[in-house]
Each structure stands twice: as C-alpha cells, then as structure tokens.
Design a protein around this ligand. Structure first.
Ligand code: ADP
Ligand code: MG
Length: 741
C-alpha cells in the first residue's frame, strides 16, 4: 500500500530512472504525483462524429489516421494529417511542424482536440494545430487485448485528464494517466485527514481521498466547465488544503510576534518636533497617513512588523527616515538595509543631507570597506555611537553587534521576500541574534534575558518597504506575518513620464533628443540589458556602447559608465558624480534598477527594451520623473520582438501606473512567476493560484486563525496539534523550511 509520503519510485511502472525525471518536476512522493493536476480535461465521453462537426466549435474527435505528410508553401512548411471515420474525413494542419514528420502511421487511433474551422476555399472542415494523442497503434489489441482495453478505458468514453508532459516529452499525458491511476488504486485505505473536522464542515470540503480521485477521474456528470475552471468540489478541497497550511504557518508566526516583547517608543511633542525639523518638503497626505500607522505600531509594546508598499517614486524613503527619528529620539539605533550597494550609498548620502544637520550620527557599512575601517565602524555600532546604520543586506552576514537596536528598515523588499526571510531564519538559527533580529525573525525561543545582561531586552521593530504592487487582500493574506501600509499618491508636481517605443535604427534621432535635454540642463540614463551578471557578451555590449557614446556620439559631453562588475569605490564615485550633475549621461546596466534617485535626470533610453521583463522596465523607468520637469522614456528595440514582448512595450507606453502594469505582468507571466519566490518572495503553490483563488485564500486565513484561537468546544487540542504537525511537514517538504512557528 502506498502512503502519500512514499517515494514516487515505488509506484509500479515508475522506478528510480523515471523517478529522477519526476524529481526534476518537483515530484518526489506519491503525494506529489497525486497533486500533479491535469491542466485541462477533454470530453471524450461524447467525442464528436466528424460528420456532425460544425465550424467554430471546440471538439474532441477520435478517429483513425489515414495519411499524413509535409508540404512546403512559399512561406513555411505545413504538416497535414488526414483522419477518418468510415467515409467521413477531417484534415488537420500544423504550421512549421517538421517535427511531426513520421509521427503518425495509417491505422492508428488518435484523439484530437481543437477548434473546428472551415477552409476558406475548399469549404472543407479542418482543425488547425489541434492537440493530439495517439491512443493505439494499428494491430494493437490482438493478443494484447486486455492491456489495450485498460488503456482505452482511461482514455475514451469519459472525461479524460490531460497532463503536461515531462522529461522532454518522454512522460506523456498518457503515461501520467496510467501512473496516477496506479497510485490511486494502491493508495492506503486509511488516508489521514489533516484538516480539522470543524474546518472541513465550515468549508463543506470533500474528503482528501475523494478529492484526489475525482480531480483526476471526474465522476460521470461532473461539469466540464467547473473542471476547466478548477471549481469542482475536488479542486476546491485540494486548493483550500494547500492554502490552509500555508496560512496556518503564517498565522502562527504572526501570533508569535505579537506575543513577544517589543519596545514601546514614546511619541511626544519633542519627537514630533524633531521629525518636523528634518522634513525638506511638505509630506503628502498619503505619507502622513502612513507615518501615523507606523508610529502607532511603534508605540505599542510588541514588535512592529509592517510592510510599506508604494509605487516607484511615491516617496518611501522619507517615511523611513521619519520612523528612524522616532527610534533614535527614544535612544535606540536604527539599521537601514538596501538590496544593492549603490542604493545603500545613496541612502547614506541623502540621510546625511537630511539628518546630519539635525545632529544625528550616521554610518555606512558595506562589504567593500577596508577591514580596519569596518572594525572601527562596528565598534561605533556596538558602543551605540552610530545612530543610523546603513548597509546592504550583507549587514546580516557581517555579524554586526548593535548596542541598542530599536528599528530595522528593509528597503525594496521585493528582492527579498517572505520565503527568503524564512529561509534566513533557518540559516541564522544559531543564536546570532543580531541578524535574526535585523530580519525580524527571532523566534519565540529567544534566550532568557535575566542572566544575560547584555542581550537586547526586546525585539526591534521592523519596517519593510517595497514597490511591488500586490493587491491589498493578497498582500494581507500572503504576507500574513506583516501588517500593510500603502502609499497610494505621488508627491505633488510630477508630470507623467512620456514613453515612446522606437526601433534602434532610429537611434540618431534619439541621441539628438538626449542632446537637447542635456543642453536644457537635464541628465540622462542609457540602459543596456546585462540582466544576469554572467553574461559576458552582454556586458561587453554595454561597455562597447559606452565607448561609442562617450567617444563619438556625445564626445563633447560628460558621460559615465556604471555596471555591477566595477569595484565599489568606482561605482560610488560614478554615482556621486552623476548625482552632483558632474556627469550628464550615465550609461548603465540594470544595477540602477532599484531605488536610485536623481531628480534632475529626465531622460531614460533603454536599449533592447524587448529583453526586459515588465516589472523591471517599470522599476527602471521609475528612475526618472522624480522632479517637476517633464521626463521621457525611450524604449529602443533591436532585432525581433515577440508578440509578448510587444505587449510589454505597449503597456509601458500606455500607462505609468504600477498596478496596471503588475496586472498585465501577472497575466503574461502567470501568478506563479510573478509572485514566485524570486519576484516577491511568496510561496509557490502546486495547485492553488492566488489570483484565481483569492477568495479561498481569505477563507483559509480566517479558518487558520480560528483554529489557532482554540482549543474550545469546536476543536480539541489534539486536533490542533495534528494540524500543526502536518503544517510543519509541509513547510519543510515544499519550502525546505524546518523552523516555522
Ligand atoms: P521611492 O518610493 O521610489 O523610494 P523616493 O523616496 O526615492 O521614492 O522619493 C522619490 C522622490 O520624491 C525623491 O526625490 C524625494 O525627495 C521626492 N519626494 C518624496 N516625498 C515628497 C514630497 N512629499 N514632496 C516633494 N517631493 C517628495
Ligand atoms: Mg526607494
């Protein structure tokens, strides 16, 4: 008998070799295999007769291969397949499909699925690029009758699940059907029910066993539409199941945090006056509201865990500084962490500009400092002299001891999400309180304070800032351990950035435009796509273009070069010169993507714009339009632009709104990619889709909170602990995290 936790190779017909192929798909156990859901279902209960097909309908046809062949038109090779039922014939066409040559043999039975169309000229019916599946070879079924029957029963005369192939097509949908069916047939009869009974009954959930069967082998009469939309009771059960245990983990963390001792900062008139004194401009109403929310948290006796979300240029930095003053005026130290060294540098300069006049002591600690200097700065920090410590996330690894850390600000969190934080928790689990605290990750097992006079008596507050536009309900549920503030207003006087898309054979005109802007006293960025720092040839292109721009096109102007491989002192120097206006044009790679703030820069030219992702383009463009002057973004394309690439560029031209751009990005890339661990640091789900299933997500959060509010009349302690054991196992299995809750 198979358990859900049994390694998948023990399913009959799998074995160690195929096990490896499956592992690459994230399928390690029987449970993983059973959660490999069909991406589509085909109604082969009622396959259509060819004679009754009508143009325009989606149809499944099961028919016999008659003949096939490749022919070439002037424009492209076309593969044609003719199938038949008795005298009726149907033609199928695939464009550019040389790979289909020799794929089909006359006499084979095949299932086809696609949209029926009428050929313009001949008026014959055809299906263009249908999905297909070979059901059986000619002659198969003689001696092998039983086997064929079994296969057939999984494939025709019912609603059939269609799986994504794996292992470069070696594991076909048909293979998955058989393997999953075998696993289900041998699944242990007493499958445990991890979801507490009260939750199951609230949600009207079917049993796990029923869900796993029906999601793969729908009961007769199940609505095809519900199946396609993942809205059958079986789907809902599995989706809820997945979301519930994620929410349970987050909810537990949230409770843990609220139960910890934090610092109750005082916010009196003196502190208010100190904040007022540093403000270089009038805060927007949104900035005021957000600061209020932050201040209210900081006054509470438990640690703040707050996410500040605001589109690029919405003015998050100053809000961070205001929060810093509250902590500093209360005698605490503040750590401000940025994702890149350039950004840390920049924060350091603006902090000095804004805060140093008021007498605050600020230090910058980055990995590239000389050892002596680092030691000296660390001493300042541990003795409590440094009030605001600015650094990259490497601050965490630097084993910095704070005298009295009160507030941690993490800038541009989208580079550094929930999952990463949880992973780091694991990594820094060995009593390194400094970094654990810096991340807001200290667990409930913090050492007792009594006999260790120099450990920090309370957990610092944590403020996380991000420009990733996550819809509010999602952020609330998914960053379940964080409270949310939104800056939904840009500072006054901004004119919308004008964005144009041109092909790079227009570059002379573009450079002329740049020149005019520079002549008017503005500055410009020219960006090249070195997206991963390993791409030697891309980097060469950026350097080469720098030579051309500085030596030829703009030989009379001051042009600088900035990329990730420069040593940090040079990076720093270039950035500073650009900030001061000593450079007029900055040729750069995506190192300037996040956070860089030079309000006098009004032009950004992005070369090979088609190669950037949408979120990245939006972030990049956010570097301009930061002052009152009108700003221009020119997206230059070089070479062939895919249809999807064109949609990205069109979206950039059409709107400046981060939310709209995110929406399209989600649509183009799918929520998995967009919200995936890489982008936002959110868990990636195997059956849930957090856009489609937003309502289930909220229900899961609610139910998780109710469970943890127990034990009570509805739920026993035993049931709660069973759910928690399950939750830990899942987090460990799926996210590799041992320490949750
Ligand atoms: P982001 O949210 O992208 O981090 P920044 O904090 O860098 O944005 O702010 C963008 C620009 O807007 C900066 O030049 C900043 O000085 C300016 N700014 C922020 N708030 C205001 C305000 N209330 N009035 C005028 N300018 C502001
Ligand atoms: Mg910023």
């Amino acid at each position: 008998m198979l358990e859900l936790s049994t390694p998948v190779q023990y399913v009959k017909g799998v074995g160690p070799r195929i096990g490896e192929v499956l592992a690459a798909k994230g399928i390690h156990t029987v449970g993983d295999l059973l959660h490999y859901l069909p991406f589509r279902y085909e109604d082969r209960l009622n396959p259509r007769g060819i004679a009754e097909l009508r143009p325009g309908e989606m149809a499944t046809v099961i028919a016999e291969v008659r003949n096939s062949g490749l022919f070439r038109t002037r424009r492209m090779p076309i593969f044609q397949l003719t199938v038949g039922q008795g005298r009726a014939r149907l033609r199928c066409l695939w464009f550019h499909a040389t790979y289909l040559q020799d794929k089909f043999k006359p006499g084979q039975m095949i299932a086809l699925y696609g949209k029926v169309e009428e050929d313009q000229r001949s008026r014959e019916l055809q299906i263009i690029q249908p999905q297909y599946e070979v059901l059986g070879d000619p002659g198969e079924g003689g001696d092998n009758g039983a086997e064929k029957k079994a296969a057939e029963s999984l494939e025709v005369g019912r609603i059939v699940p269609i799986y994504e192939s794996a292992g470069q097509g070696r594991l076909t949908p048909r293979w998955f059907r058989k393997a999953i069916r075998t696993a289900l047939d041998n699944l242990t009869p007493d499958l445990p029910e991890p979801i507490p009974a009260v939750v199951r009954s609230h949600m009207g959930l079917v049993s796990q066993r029923a869900a796993l069967w029906n999601v793969h082998w729908p009961e007769p009469g199940e609505s095809l539409q519900d199946l396609q939309a993942s809205r059958t009771p079986a789907h809902i059960r599995l989706i809820f199941d997945e979301l519930f245990f994620v929410e349970l983990g987050l909810e537990l963390k949230r409770r843990d945090q609220k139960a910890q001792t934090g610092i109750a900062f005082q916010l009196d008139d003196r502190v208010r006056a100190a904040i007022k004194k540093i403000l270089p401009f009038h805060p927007t109403p949104a900035q005021k509201r957000v600061l209020k929310e932050i201040a209210a948290d900081m006054e509470k006796p438990y640690p703040m865990r707050r996410l500040l979300q605001g589109d690029v240029g919405s003015g998050k930095t100053i809000v961070g500084f205001e929060a810093a003053i509250i902590a500093i005026e209360n005698g605490c130290q503040v750590a401000l962490m940025a994702p890149t060294e350039i950004l840390a540098q920049q924060h350091y300069f603006s902090a000095r500009r804004i805060l140093e006049n008021a007498g605050y002591r600020i230090v910058l600690l980055t990995g590239s400092l000389e050892a002596d200097r680092k030691r000296e700065i660390r001493r300042h920090i541990s003795q409590g002299n440094a009030q605001l410590v600015i650094g990259t996330h490497a601050l965490l690894e630097e084993k910095v001891e704070f005298g009295r850390l009160g507030l941690v600000i993490v800038d541009e969190q989208h580079r550094f999400g929930v999952m990463q934080r949880l992973k780091l928790m694991k990594k820094s689990g060995e009593g390194d309180d400094g970094s654990r605290a810096a991340l807001g990750l200290a667990g409930s097992e913090t050492r007792p304070h009594t006999n260790q006079p120099f450990t920090r008596p309370a957990e610092p507050d944590v403020l996380v800032m991000t420009a990733t536009p996550i819809p509010r309900t999602l952020a609330l549920t998914l960053y379940g351990d964080l409270d949310l503030s939104v800056l939904d207003e840009l500072p006054p006087g901004r004119t919308p950035i004008v964005t144009r898309c041109v092909s790079d054979d227009q570059s002379p005109k573009v450079w002329e435009f740049v020149r005019k802007q520079v002549a008017a006293g503005h500055q410009a960025y020219v960006v090249y796509p070195v997206i991963s720092e390993n791409e030697e040839s891309e980097l060469k292109a950026a350097i080469k273009m720098y030579r051309e721009l500085s030596g030829v096109v703009f030989s009379d102007l001051k042009v600088g070069l900035l990329h990730g491989r420069l040593d940090s002192e040079l990076k720093d120097q270039v950035m500073r010169m650009f900030q001061k206006g000593e450079l007029q044009i900055l040729v750069a790679t995506t190192v300037i993507e996040v956070g860089v703030d030079v309000p006098n820069a009004t032009v950004m030219v992005i070369e090979h714009a088609e190669r950037f992702g949408l979120a990245q383009l939006h972030q990049l463009r956010g570097r301009i339009g930061r002052g009152a002057a009108k700003s221009y973004c020119v997206l230059m394309t070089g070479g062939k632009v895919t249809e999807e690439g064109q949609r990205r560029l069109d979206a950039m031209v059409r709107t400046n709104d981060g939310f709209q751009i995110a929406e399209l990005d989600i649509e183009l890339r799918g929520p998995g990619e967009f919200f995936g661990t890489r982008q936002a640091g959110l868990p990636s789900f195997r059956v849930a889709n957090i856009i489609r299933d937003a309502q289930l997500l909220e229900a899961a959060k609610r139910e998780a909170a109710a469970v943890l509010a127990g034990p009570n009349a509805e739920i026993s302690l035993e049931e709660i602990s069973r759910a928690l054991v399950q939750m830990r196992a899942r987090w460990q299995h799926t996210y590799g995290l041992v320490e949750v809750g």
